[in-house]
Design a protein around this ligand. Structure first.
Ligand code: TRP
Ligand code: SF4
Length: 442
């Protein structure tokens, strides 16, 4: 199985996806969040290294969130799911970086830079502000204008070759070079926030749809390739800290081992075995939890030694919302989505026309009940329209038992959409005055 970030496949089997790509299951029991918004209660199904974010957040330590957008048309409710997460973490103290992927738009779709800029601002950034994005500790930048992003992309490209790029993305010999370079620019997006002139090495969360996971695998691989130390839990249950091969002289290795030793002493490890011949330190009796802790503690050492000390970027994955027509929700199919720029009347009408999980006739539905798990209107309640769990449960129960018919149910949803869009669009107009507080030109 290969995920194509620029393709149109519809994902339905999340469990299989998690298994195949090593995405961990996300749940609020494992990661209790203060007042989790509904996207965490219902939408997020997986993560990589979310504990780094959770630990920082609950420990009151700094962390960052980075997201990017490649506007391929109008913003719809599917796109809103990433921003719902960004807003939550901004309120929890995250620093927010938003990349307008104009290089990717050019590389993957041939959209001119000026056009991407216009669409990004009109359709997305103003919407983010209307949805509640605040200007403090938040910036929106353009890939093509931020030299740190393209510079680090070039530097980091040293650690990935064409065979890997082909196997991750399925690139062909005929793929244009700008397209091949654009995921490396995304790697630059994700890792440049950890440069000292930005936030410095720190946990960074990238909330995405699972279609973006290839970029995360690429980024995590590169971030780890640039670390000086390799920290692992050995089969014997020890923690091994190794200085990586190649670039270091014997003297360097000696110094790096000494620095690692004093670092882990500082963490409270007293039993340390140093094996310079193996470029290694062993700490007997370690736990898996200790690995990221030690990696984090070694990050400033690497920075002082001229490295980057990158934390592996964390990610969360949200479900895709089914389109109102029953296929994929897509900007290129006007009826499949309610766009945030649809008039309240049009939005309501789209809901009234949506494909549901109801019976063929009212009688049949009263008798057999509906199938909310097969219903695009239910998904709108689930992810966007129904805040309270008690309301959502009522919709579900009534539907399954046949007490709720689609006509009435759609009317309720249409009313909610209408109200939402009226309020949202007013806020979006007001957002225009404040847009300069968000945009940075380099
Ligand atoms: N590739 C993303 C998309 O297609 C956009 C993007 C660019 C991005 N840079 C990013 C997403 C960094 C997450 C993180 O929408
Ligand atoms: Fe969907 Fe509502 Fe019809 Fe049930 S009653 S199938 S939730 S529209």
């Amino acid at each position: 199985m290969r995920i194509d970030p620029w393709g149109t496949t519809q994902v339905t089997d999340y469990e299989r996806l998690r298994e195949e790509f090593g995405i961990a299951a996300f749940d609020l029991e494992r990661f209790p969040l203060p007042q989790p918004s509904k996207i965490f209660r219902r939408g997020v199904f997986g993560h990589r290294d979310f504990h780094l974010i959770h630990d920082a957040m609950t420990g009151g330590r700094p962390f960052s969130i980075l997201t990017g957008l490649m506007p391929s048309g109008k913003m719809h409710f599917g796109h809103k799911m990433v921003i719902d997460q960004v807003l939550y973490f901004q309120n929890q103290g995250a620093r927010v970086h938003i990349s307008v992927a104009d290089i990717e738009s050019w590389g993957a779709r041939g959209i001119p830079f000026a056009e991407t800029r216009r669409l990004a601002i009109e359709e997305y950034i103003l919407s983010y502000i209307a949805l509640g994005l605040r200007a403090e500790r938040c910036e929106v930048y353009f890939q093509s204008k931020r030299k740190a992003v393209t510079d680090i992309a070039f530097t980091l490209s040293r650690k990935v070759n064409m065979t890997e790029m082909k196997s991750i993305y399925g690139f062909e010999d005929s793929t244009n070079m700008a397209h091949i370079l654009s995921p490396l620019v995304q790697v630059g997006d994700i890792l440049h926030v950890q440069l000292p002139e930005y936030d410095g090495p720190c946990p960074t969360l990238v909330p995405v749809g699972v279609d973006q996971d290839p970029h995360l695998r690429l980024t995590r691989g590169i971030a780890s390739a640039f670390r000086f130390y390799n920290v692992t839990l050995t089969d014997q249950g020890h923690i091994g800290i190794f200085v990586k091969g190649g670039q270091f002289s014997e003297k360097d290795v000696q110094r790096l081992l000494d620095k690692a030793e004093s670092t882990v002493l500082g963490l409270g490890y007293s039993e340390i075995r140093k094996l310079p011949r193996y470029r290694a330190l062993y700490l007997p009796g370690g736990t898996a939890r200790a690995v990221p802790e030690i990696q984090a503690a070694l990050s400033p050492v690497e920075l002082k030694e001229g490295g980057h000390g990158f934390y592996p970027p964390s990610s969360t994955y949200h479900r895709f919302i089914t389109g109102l027509t029953g296929s994929k929700m897509s900007s290129s199919e006007p009826d499949s989505a309610v766009f945030l720029s649809d008039s309240p009347k049009d939005g309501a009408e789209k809901i009234m026309r949506a494909k549901t999980g109801g019976g063929i006739s009212a009688e049949e539905q009263r008798e057999k009940g509906g199938e909310p798990w097969n219903c695009s209107v239910y998904e709108m309640y689930l992810h966007h329209l129904s805040e309270k769990d008690s309301h959502l449960e009522r919709v579900y129960e009534e539907c399954v038992r046949g007490g709720r018919l689609c006509g009435q149910c759609k009317k309720e949803a249409a009313g909610l959409i209408k109200e939402f869009l009226m309020d949202f669009q007013e806020k979006k107009e007001q957002a225009r005055e404040r847009i300069d507080d968000y945009l940075v030109e380099n």
